[in-house]
Design a protein around this ligand. Structure first.
Ligand code: TPP
Ligand code: MG
Length: 355
């Protein structure tokens, strides 16, 4: 079917004007948080650029789906969570959140490159990797099932008396919010008032389908109220805003505030996957506010606030590029699984699970 040209106003969401929470100033100026979140953004971008090259060179079996342009909100979420306590279910555009939550580079490169030494033993590809014992279950689906998985984990923790102080977080795209899985998971999480944080990354398209063909409400944050979630809007291209809003939502979930839904407005600065050139994204939208690169915005913000310097950022870039090269080279020399010797029982039924 041919896509019809639409006026640019269809694609131009309003810039959020939410009242900042009381702790904005203090939180936004938390140097350690911001430096750490920014480093995760940078590392994810460098890693994903490398994955894209490997894909184009035919070195990766399966697809490559990037989070380019979505790193700020993802990194803010991964940084706001507590490793060893919280549960995080990242989606395909959450490399920055994965890095922030402690996933090692080698776990990523081994999975993409099919090494039997990876967390999925070379049996699952690309983004379908995780370490359940570290609080990061392997990703199942981009379209809503991950929310039920995280709320189920929280519910099980409650039944075992282990939920105190724990937050579960996951993400969903704008398109995923129209699935039955999304509705069921949010409905039950609202009924149970689970400490769940759902970040909706509204990148304006579900593959090539624009927002106006997906839902009839003005802003997806309106859905939060219907499920009994607290709703937050944020500019997903702005690291300071994302850190403030996500940090506050996570804090509220942790301290009995019930489930939280954050809607981040942004644009993906890549195709749906690396096989897609995103031809359907209008130029006016790319040139608009949400077409700005969150990494460049964050650099300006952090340098202007004296949180880092251009020289330090260049050093990080060099260091991360070298780290990525090393992780790729190591995974490339490792053997794939041997299908005749592999024990094909589900990885999740093995003990110790996936250590
Ligand atoms: C049942 C099903 N249909 C289609 C797909 C392919 N698919 C994966 S993600 C996606 C679009 C999701 O859009 P959105 O939720 O907005 O997330 P985004 O890709 O923009 O991050 C599609 C069509 C799928 N994985 N499963
Ligand atoms: Mg989308």
């Amino acid at each position: 079917m041919r896509l019809q040209a639409r006026p640019a106003s269809f694609y131009a969401p309003p810039v959020p004007t939410l009242d900042p929470p009381a702790s904005t100033e203090k939180f936004a100026l938390d140097r350690t948080f911001l430096r750490s979140a920014f480093q995760s953004m940078l590392l994810a971008r460098i890693l994903e650029n490398k994955l894209s090259s490997l894909y184009k060179a035919g070195k990766i079996v399966g697809g490559v789906y990037l989070g380019r342009g979505q790193e700020a909100v993802s990194a803010a979420l991964g940084t706001a969570l507590i490793q060893g306590t919280d549960v995080f279910g990242p989606l395909i555009r959450d490399q920055a959140g994965r890095s922030a939550f402690g996933e090692s580079l080698i776990d990523c490169t081994r999975t993409y490159l099919g090494s039997a030494l990876g967390p999925m033993r070379g049996r699952d590809g690309n983004v379908h990797r995780g370490r359940p014992l570290a609080g990061m279950p392997a990703m199942i689906s981009h379209l809503g099932a991950q929310i039920a998985l995280i709320s189920g984990i929280l519910f099980a923790k409650r039944l075992k008396g282990q939920l105190e102080g724990v937050v579960g977080a996951t993400c969903i795209g704008d398109g995923g919010t129209s699935t039955g899985a999304f509705h069921e998971a949010l409905n039950l999480s609202g009924v149970e008032r689970l400490p769940l944080v759902v970040v909706v990354t509204n990148n304006q398209f579900a593959y090539s389908t624009p927002n106006d063909r997906q839902f009839g409400c003005g802003d997806l944050v309106e859905r939060a109220r219907g499920y009994g979630f607290r709703g937050w809007s944020v500019d997903g291209t702005d690291l300071l805003a994302c850190s403030t809003v996500v940090g506050e939502a996570v804090r509220q979930a942790r301290h009995g505030g019930g489930p939280q839904m954050i809607v981040a407005q942004l644009l993906r600065l890549a195709g749906h996957g690396e096989h897609d050139d995103g031809f359907y994204v209008p130029e006016a939208l790319r040139a608009g506010h949400y077409g700005q690169d969150c990494i460049e915005v964050a650099m300006r913000q952090l340098v202007a606030n004296g949180i880092t310097s251009g020289d330090e950022i260049r050093l990080w870039q060099e260091q991360f590029a070298a780290d990525v090269q090393r992780a790729v080279a190591q995974a490339q020399q490792e053997a794939p699984p041997d299908p005749y010797r592999e024990d094909w029982t589900a990885l999740s039924t093995r003990f110790p699970i996936n250590q």
